[in-house]
Write a protein that binds this ligand. Structure first.
Ligand SMILES: Cc1cc2nc3c(=O)[nH]c(=O)nc-3n(C[C@H](O)[C@H](O)[C@H](O)COP(=O)(O)OP(=O)(O)OC[C@H]3O[C@@H](n4cnc5c(N)ncnc54)[C@H](O)[C@@H]3O)c2cc1C
Length: 385
């Protein structure tokens, strides 16, 4: 496999790298911890992205976007994650992200959901997890029961990112309890002001996210709001999660690279006992181990992206990349923080924030143990169940 970037992606990489280092990293000290950057600043950065032809980078050409390959999107996610300016789960300054399943909308749904999201007028969220069904979607209890030309949704969804900022939710519910994830789960588009849908909780976490709990009580949703086909909801949510996992892997690369760069720079200049700490083997080994692991993770993420671009089934490669990259970034951030000593703990640097933030990535979009389980199951067959 060719790991060299094609010329156009090399150029894109250099351009985003310059935007991040010149226009975003210098603004880091003003970033509030648990909110997006101030609206006027975001608008200014987005305008700059538009002026430089860097807008709608995650949207296919047929919808007016840049039509980047998945590999191209990975390169953008990696570069933009080198700054802590935009919180991990917020859209970057290059236009809306995470539209993957909205491309399944029919023409009518596109007018109400997809196009307004692309125009930045409406915000979506995605709800599959439930209080007793996180890693295990087969335990899902939210139901959607047909009633005339609509469905009545009942149940609870939890840990919904941006739930209280969203205009509509992409939610999956059981429509056929006998089939469950084998054709018995359906995806719906539900406007947040639909009677019977209530935000019933907000979680305070160790990092910036404040996900919500939703309660559906006889929430009436028209049949026309089924996303894709009836019974296709599990496959749709897997599509969403596969892209989410790859994105997590790519973002881990950017965070790890910036932390490693910071550690190298600091080690060269910080003098103890008369010598820069970079001369100490203990510090050199931390830097070397980080470089080795980052290199391995990058190859895994790039490989998975290239396989997806070829239209191949890359779920196995995405599991591997998601698992390794998110465990790698935890170790790299930890070492960088250690090399910085007390400064590493300081809120003047992004390290302590990343230290808290990256911990979540071994849990969200499938915990590490689930990734190991599905990787082993492919190798061993069902014998491991
Ligand atoms: C910040 C944040 C944002 C999120 N955003 C969303 C969102 O927008 N939409 C959404 O639907 N969900 C969201 N989630 C939920 C997230 O996807 C789930 O937390 C995740 O899937 C794990 O589910 P759980 O927390 O219920 O853990 P559980 O499934 O209860 O698992 C708990 C632990 O048990 C172990 N475990 C579980 N099963 C196995 C097994 N088979 N083998 C070995 N070990 C196992 C693992 O160590 C796991 O960490 C979010 C979560 C967080 C923290």
């Amino acid at each position: 496999m060719d790991y060299d970037l094609p010329d156009e992606l090399k150029l894109l990489q250099q351009t985003i790298r310059r935007v991040v280092s010149e226009h975003m990293i210098p603004l880091e000290p003003i970033t509030p911890e648990d909110e997006d950057i101030p609206a006027d600043l975001r608008a200014k950065l987005e305008q700059m992205a538009k002026d430089q032809g860097l807008w709608l980078l995650f949207i296919p050409a047929e919808y007016g976007g840049a039509g980047l390959s998945i590999f191209g999107q990975v390169i953008v996610w990696e570069e933009v994650s080198k700054t802590v300016l935009i919180p991990f789960r917020k859209d970057s300054i290059f236009g809306p992200e995470g539209c993957s399943i909205l491309f399944l909308c029919n023409d009518q749904q596109k007018e109400r959901y997809l196009y307004p999201v692309i125009r930045g007028e409406r915000v979506p969220c995605f709800a599959t997890s439930e209080p007793n069904a996180g890693s295990d979607p087969s335990a899902m209890t939210t139901t959607a029961v047909k009633d005339g030309s609509s469905y009545l949704l009942n149940g609870k969804k939890t840990w919904v990112t941006s739930g209280d900022k969203a205009d509509f939710v992409q939610v999956v519910a059981v429509t056929d309890p006998a089939k469950r994830q084998r054709g018995g789960i359906t995806a719906f588009l539900v406007d947040m002001d639909t009677p019977g849908l209530t935000i019933t909780g907000k979680f305070e976490l160790m990092m910036e996210d404040r996900p919500n709990e939703f309660t559906f009580e006889n929430c009436r949703v028209p049949e026309a709001n089924i996303l894709g086909e009836i019974g296709q909801g599990f496959v749709i949510s897997q599509t969403w999660i596969t892209m989410g996992r790859l994105r997590q892997g790519a973002k881990a690369l950017g965070v790890a690279q910036r932390c490693l760069d910071m550690a190298i720079e600091y080690a060269k200049h910080r003098v103890t006992f008369g010598k820069p700490i970079a001369t100490r083997q203990a510090v050199q080994f931390m830097i070397a181990d980080s470089e080795v692991e980052l290199h391995a993770a990058r190859l895994m993420v790039y490989h998975a992206a290239q396989k997806l671009d070829k239209g191949e089934d890359a779920r196995h490669e995405v599991y591997i990349a998601k698992l390794y990259a998110n465990e790698m970034v935890g170790r790299v951030v930890d070492r960088a923080l250690q090399i910085h000593g007390a400064m590493g703990l300081s809120k003047e640097l992004p390290l302590e924030r990343w230290y808290r933030d990256v911990r979540s990535r071994r849990i969200t979009e499938g915990p590490s143990e689930i990734m190991r389980w599905v990787i082993a199951r492919k190798l061993l067959g069902r014998v491991s169940d």
